[in-house]
Design a protein around this ligand. Structure first.
Ligand code: GAP
Length: 517
């Protein structure tokens, strides 16, 4: 991960927000290459999910054809939206504070261990005096890593347990137990008992609308884009000539005051979501859920993500939100562990029902195609594929990052799918003389009308190739002596580094075919 973070900084993909002032935890800026990569990802999502559907034909695995339209809603909404959605009452994480170090942790992300001493006869003796808290991934913490800062303390205990192997055993729910909390040594703390009891922390960013900062004009920065879609359900039905089943897609910013933003952009406080709310007949919801799970999983593979790094995990009943009839995560094997990339949920009619009740506006749908006349008016069920644009960008970067060898030298390359690559081709003159820069610039200007291409004449040609490899540029086009006489250029392919000669006149068509865009 460190290598990727360093490449992102060095090549201008991602910078810490307001870096010259020391940054702001959980906020990131996309640099010149990063903004193109993220825009390409969002565009691919919009083209594939919102624009490429055929209402008259059922795609593979779908119960029928369907409609799809887009929306772009305000970030600020009437606060009643968040009451109806349950965010004001329930959108919280359990938080614990350390009174000594002033660190703050998510209670479900801090594990408490106790020492145990195993004898060769298999018997285990637990040490009940001190418990160690670790903010690491649950169960993954090594004994030495956790115990190291407490060597002195452990050394004294260990002396009394000669000949026995020291291990750590996780103690479930220890932070909820006041007695155990009092004995727990927090990370970086000098004495046990400095952690507070877990308490609910609402993740929404509060703000005030207008000049007065009192409770009458509180609202929130939206924590998801989904609710903008639900509250516009009637507007879309009335104006877009859509019929259930249909979906509404939206891409936009969401804000969550995460307790512990971490793992680069993975958990940020400001991020972008790409969400679909897909409205269907209640009886068909299970089939549509299956369809969207597969469709969304395969979308990542279609954009070049390695199949073996992706997993589709169905939630078990205990993980489901009270209103959900099913939920699956698309998970990715990030360098820091397997984590959620996208969630696909069957949200039933929960949201439309809540908004109907609180707003007093009827959000039911009249289905003139329903065969049973008694079942023509209903609240549609909703299947929600909800993806993160920043998390997706990070996963594609992780997946594309490769260190290999070229001509006996190590190189770093981003093997990004051509649709995602920030720069589609770079154009170089071999040397800065003999009319080569002029010809290269002519080719560059010509291609620029269709693709994001880059011109570079500085430095040795090998170094220019390496820079583009690190930027993920699929093709490098070099103008050399033969270009001026034979009218052809060399085109080097990023992943294989193979070079072919292509006529200048055929270049745009050649690239179009190879890039597939
Ligand atoms: N409307 C449903 C919803 O918002 P979610 O699982 O909370 O569901 C959906 O979020 C997706 O948004 C996640 O799978 C992830 O890709 C992205 N996401 C959520 N919180 C995030 C955060 N703090 N930083 C970056 N991405 C986040």
């Amino acid at each position: 991960m460190d290598k990727l973070v360093s490449l992102c900084k060095r090549r201008g993909f991602i910078f810490p927000s307001s870096e010259i002032y020391g940054g702001l935890n959980g906020a990131w800026d996309y640099g010149p290459l990063g903004v193109e990569l993220k825009r390409n990802l969002k565009q691919a999502w919009w083209d594939d999910m919102v624009l490429s559907h055929d209402e008259t034909a059922a795609p593979a695995g779908a119960p029928s054809g369907y409609g799809m339209v887009g929306l772009d809603c305000a970030l600020l909404m009437n606060p009643k939206v968040w009451e109806a959605s349950g965010h004001v009452g329930g959108f919280s994480d359990p938080m614990v504070d350390d009174r000594e170090t002033r660190a703050r942790y998510r209670a479900d992300q801090i594990a408490v261990f106790q020492l145990e001493f195993a004898a060769s006869d298999g018997s285990v003796e637990r040490y009940e005096e001190v418990y160690f808290a670790s903010p690491g991934e649950l169960g993954k913490t090594e004994v030495s890593e956790l115990v190291e800062p407490h060597r002195k303390r452990i050394g004294a205990i260990q002396k009394t347990k000669a000949g026995k192997t020291l291990r750590l055993a996780e103690v479930p729910n220890a932070l909820r137990d006041e007695g155990l909390r009092a004995k727990t040594l927090a990370p970086g703390a000098s004495t046990p008992g400095t952690l507070t009891a877990p308490r609910a922390f609402n993740l929404m960013f509060k703000t005030h609308v207008g000049a007065l900062e009192d409770n009458s004009n509180v609202t929130y920065l939206r924590p998801e884009t989904a609710q903008g879609i639900f509250v516009n359900f009637r507007n879309v039905c009335d104006t877009a000539r859509v019929r259930v089943p249909f979906g509404i897609g939206q891409i936009g910013k969401a804000f969550r005051n995460e307790i512990n933003p971490r793992n680069f952009t993975f958990r940020s406080r400001e991020f972008e979501q790409m969400e679909i709310e897909f409205f269907c007949r209640p009886a068909e919801a299970a089939k549509w859920y299956e369809y969207w799970r597969e469709r969304r999983f395969n979308w990542y593979i279609g954009l070049g993500m390695r199949r073996e790094n992706l997993h589709l995990r169905e939630h078990d009943a205990s993980e489901l939100a009270h209103y959900a009839a099913g939920c699956a995560d698309v998970e990715y094997d990030f360098p820091f562990g397997r984590s959620e990339l996208e969630g696909i949920a069957n949200r039933t009619d929960f949201d439309l029902r809540q908004h109907t009740q609180l707003s007093g506006k009827d959000l039911s749908y009249f289905d003139d195609q329903a065969t049973d006349p008694a079942a023509r008016r209903y609240l549609p069920y909703v299947i929600e594929p909800s993806a993160g644009a920043d998390r997706g960008t990070l996963a594609f970067l992780c997946d594309a990052y490769v260190e290999d060898e070229l001509g006996g030298e190590p190189r770093t390359v981003l093997k990004l799918h051509p649709r995602l690559a920030p720069i589609k081709a770079a154009v170089f003159p071999l040397v800065k003389k003999d009319g080569m820069p002029e010809k290269a610039l002519e080719i560059y200007r010509n291609l620029k009308r269709r693709y994001n291409v880059f011109y570079d004449e500085k430095g040795a040609i090998g170094r220019r190739y390496r820079r583009q490899d690190e930027a993920g540029t699929p093709f490098c086009i070099t103008v050399d002596g033969d270009t001026l006489t034979a009218g052809s250029v060399t085109v080097r392919e990023r992943d294989s580094s193979e070079q072919v000669r292509v006529g200048v006149a055929e270049l745009a068509t050649f690239l179009g075919e190879k890039l597939g865009i």
